[in-house]
Design a protein around this ligand. Structure first.
Ligand code: COA
Length: 328
């Protein structure tokens, strides 16, 4: 029997109806549409309502992905939900999504790798499918970041948005699907993007809440340089591993962190702007959801078609990063 690769069989995405524009933010913190646009490329982001939470968006995206893959929830062997903003500490959001889908034969779990989480999930299930330990997986990136953002801190609150994207991964003919994938981390950069309070180190107390320690803190400037270098290096490494040059790539989908990071990664790799997808203007940075949302938008709009060679690269808090080459 010919060896199979793991590939994307169907995708879906979902986000809250609520929108927070730069003009809205001007009323909340000392900032301007001009500053946000020139420094980040973001014009608006989706924002969940009080009664909306992460698993709802993950489940909606997963249902769409299953439908497009022509599979039933019971066909799925594992659900990996990448999230940094779970519904609750326990149980995992993956298990909650499993219940909401009725995926009765699946194991549900979370991957906690910030903005690189979707590529972490893809990389994990890729080998499980290729070695036939499992047949079908759902990899989901789902976030409600706006509930972890401090709306008194203008350096973070302008960046993040909410949403989810999901991919059904299963066996495809060799030569297609995931051709190379790798994930990395370096925890020494912990304080570049972190939420210090609420865990076992600094448990929730009146003091941690008063000091707003359960919200994200970010050293954006330092993160910027590490992000560009890490994404460009792992992209080049994965292209070489898959046996391609940058000229072979039809489309690059980087994690949507900041338009200037995307531009710098493209320029370092020598890939022209028109081959690099960006939706940051209307979604902001949706962390682990950004790559699957962007991928699905590209499939829907016909930017990705049968045979397209696509490079994915991500970077996030941890710090974490990854690169994946896929032939559709
Ligand atoms: N509106 C207006 N001014 C702001 C602002 C805002 N929302 N946020 C910061 N500033 C101010 C700063 O206070 C600083 O003022 P000062 O010079 O008087 O001290 C000035 O703008 C420059 O700040 P700096 O942090 O150097 O700006 P920057 O050019 O690095 O842009 C980021 C800031 C956050 C947009 C940018 O560093 C970035 O995007 N980094 C990566 C972040 C990221 O992608 N994180 C997620 C990784 S997955």
């Amino acid at each position: 029997m010919a060896e199979k690769n793991a590939g994307i069989l169907g995708m879906g995405h979902s986000y809250p109806e609520g929108i927070l524009t730069n003009a809205d933010l001007e009323k909340i913190v000392e900032t301007s549409d001009e500053w946000i646009t020139t420094r980040t490329g973001i014009k608006q982001r989706h924002k969940a309502a009080e009664n909306e939470y992460t698993s709802q968006f993950g489940t909606a995206a997963a249902k769409q992905a299953l439908e497009r893959a022509g599979l039933k929830p019971e066909d799925i062997d594992i659900i990996v939900c990448a999230t940094t903003t779970p519904d609750q500490i326990m149980p995992s959001t993956g298990a909650l999504i499993q219940a909401q889908l009725g995926a009765t034969n699946a194991a549900g779990m979370d991957v906690f790798a910030a903005c690189s989480g979707f590529l972490y999930g893809l990389t994990m299930v890729e080998s499980m499918i290729r070695t036939e330990q499992i047949k079908y997986a759902l990899v989901i990136g789902a976030e409600v970041l706006t509930k972890y953002v401090d709306y008194t801190d203008r350096t973070t609150c302008v960046i993040f948005g909410d949403g989810a994207g999901a991919a059904v991964i299963g066996p495809v003919n060799s030569g297609k699907g995931i051709l190379a994938t790798k994930i990395r981390s370096d925890g020494r950069y912990e304080e570049q993007l972190y939420a210090p309070g609420g865990g076992t180190k600094l448990g929730t107390t009146h003091e941690t809440i008063d000091n707003r320690m359960h919200f994200f803190k970010m050293k954006g400037n330092e993160l910027f340089k590490v992000a560009v270098r890490s994404m460009a290096d792992i992209s080049a490494e994965m292209l070489e591993k898959a046996g391609f040059s940058v000229d072979d790539v039809d489309l690059v989908i980087p994690h949507q962190a900041n338009q200037r990071i995307t531009d710098a990664v493209a320029s370092r790799l020598g890939i022209p702007e028109e081959k690099v997808y960006s939706n940051i203007a209307y979604h902001g940075n949706t962390s682990s959801a950004s790559i699957p949302i962007a991928l699905d938008e590209c499939i829907e709009s016909g930017k990705i078609t049968e045979g397209s060679l696509v490079l994915l690269t991500a970077f996030g808090g941890g710090v974490t990063w990854g690169g994946t080459v896929i032939r559709f």
